[in-house]
Design a protein around this ligand. Structure first.
Ligand SMILES: NC(=O)c1ccc[n+]([C@@H]2O[C@H](COP(=O)([O-])OP(=O)(O)OC[C@H]3O[C@@H](n4cnc5c(N)ncnc54)[C@H](O)[C@@H]3O)[C@@H](O)[C@H]2O)c1
Length: 434
């Protein structure tokens, strides 16, 4: 019966099918057909396998993507977002602030300071690996302990940003997310366009459409002064000679911000930071990697400009910068537009936030030598033409006038605090391969 059944199901040329033959013969007779069937079955099942394998890869990819999408959203996530952004003391001055770049150096400090005084703070950061992401994760843990949730996502993610503004009516945005670093632009120029231009425009688009529109304070940079030689740098000075792509994107950001202020009534305040340093700082900055290399007895490059000129920076301690950021935030006026329409002129400001006392980089090394009790192996060399400028010096009178900005930490004091943190964090050498 079985064979008949099988036979009945064999799609063959009827003429070759001899029912009257013995079973044995029959089997023999059918062997070539079976071989064919087996062959086509293998091909058939093979194709199914390939299809399933591919589709499983696709579905893995999709699930990966959807996992990514699912890394935010849902009632539990919304609850965390709301609770982090909730103003603690329901005073009239309480803000609800979206801090982009919250896992970064300045962002983590500013978020903490805002939260400490009772403002609601929600962080946003993509935790990219421009420098050791474990440092960003460690900052995240610290912020979590203080009740600050950092949403993991990119400022270019319109859907995510819209969702955040749907869940929370932010009064302010402290926009600090950016591709930082001057020299890295020669390796990865597109990352500067992605974060500092496209990402910034996306943030502005979302803010412009929000109802109510938040006031925005964002990070520009002293690098916009580029090759200027007139010092100290004043906000009125020209900023059309950038020396790096980083500087050019920061300058572009200022121009873009102006158009959003002009067309949509967004209140915008740009802060030109001057070489910020301190605990939880950035490993790509000279004070940070000098410390690491001095401790490892490795040579460090100490640059000089043409004709053995001094390379100096207006190093600004993180606590002073935080005060400046909060001062700027507290003096913002409301945006005037709503739902993408301007209703009146809005505030547009740019401030230098520096320390007003440039220090030669060789002095920075001497201070570190004393604090670390190790003699540095200095390699004096000419400043390469890769984006760094020889000198920065801030005129801060505008910020002083507007919100009483007054830096109080000198380099010696600030570096002492940095070194103390560094030794505690990297301590026994466990994490020293950062
Ligand atoms: N530290 C300084 O000396 C200094 C000087 C001048 C200007 N600034 C500016 O201040 C801001 C903060 O600088 P920082 O020193 O804290 O740098 P940082 O690199 O430590 O912080 C920036 C954070 O933004 C995040 N980020 C980058 N691109 C993103 C994107 N597309 N989406 C979401 N998150 C993104 C990064 O992961 C990082 O955590 C930056 O805008 C920087 O350009 C810093």
């Amino acid at each position: 019966m079985k064979s008949t059944y099988l036979d009945d199901n064999i799609p063959s040329t009827p003429g070759k099918f001899k029912m009257e033959k013995s079973n044995y013969y029959h089997r023999l007779r059918w062997h070539p057909h079976l071989a064919k069937v087996t062959f086509w079955s293998v091909v058939f099942f093979g194709l199914i396998f390939v299809f399933l394998f591919n589709s499983s890869t696709i579905s893995t990819d999709l699930s990966h993507k959807s996992l990514k999408i699912k890394s935010w959203g849902g009632p539990g996530w919304e609850k965390r977002v709301k609770s982090s952004a909730k103003i603690r003391s329901e005073t009239e001055t309480g803000y609800s602030v979206l801090v982009t770049g919250a896992a970064g150096f300045i962002g983590s400090h500013v978020s903490t300071a805002l939260k400490r005084r009772g403002d609601g703070v929600l962080g946003l950061d993509n935790f990219n690996d421009y420098y050791d992401p474990t440092l960003k994760r460690a900052r995240q843990v610290l912020l979590e302990k203080r009740g600050i949730f950092i949403v993991e996502g990119d400022i270019n993610d319109t859907v995510l940003l819209n969702k955040l503004f749907e869940v929370v009516h932010f009064t302010h945005v402290m926009h600090l997310a950016a591709q930082a670093g001057v020299r890295y632009a020669m390796q990865n120029p597109k990352s500067y366009i992605h974060s500092n231009i496209a990402g910034f425009v996306n943030v502005l688009e979302i803010c412009k459409n929000a109802n109510p529109q938040p006031a925005i304070v964002w990070a520009s940079s002293s690098s916009v002064y580029g090759l200027n030689t007139k010092v100290p740098f004043s906000e009125k000075d020209r900023t059309d000679q950038p020396a790096s792509l980083y500087a050019a994107t920061k300058k572009a950001g200022e121009e873009i911000a102006h158009t959003y202020n002009h067309i949509y009534g967004l209140s915008l305040t740009g802060l030109r930071f001057f070489t910020v340093y301190g605990p939880w700082g950035r490993p790509d900055k000279a004070y940070f990697f000098f410390t690491k290399d001095i401790l490892k007895r490795k040579p460090i490059p100490v640059f000089e400009s043409g004709n053995h000129g001094t390379v100096a920076r207006d190093f600004t301690y993180i606590d002073d910068i935080v005060k400046g950021c909060l001062g700027a935030l507290d003096t913002t006026e409301k945006s005037t537009g709503s739902g993408g329409k301007k209703k009146g002129d809005a505030q547009f400001r740019i401030f230098n936030l520096g320390n007003t006392s440039p220090v030669p980089v060789s002095d920075l090394v001497s201070i570190l030598e004393k604090l670390l009790k190790v003699k540095a192996k200095r390699r004096v060399m000419k400043l390469p033409r890769n984006g760094d400028v020889p000198f920065t010096h801030a005129n801060i009178s505008l910020a002083q006038r507007e919100f009483g900005y007054k830096p109080t930490t000198d380099l010696q004091t600030g570096l002492k605090k940095f070194v103390r943190w560094y030794e505690k964090y990297y301590g026994s050498g466990k994490k020293s391969d950062h």
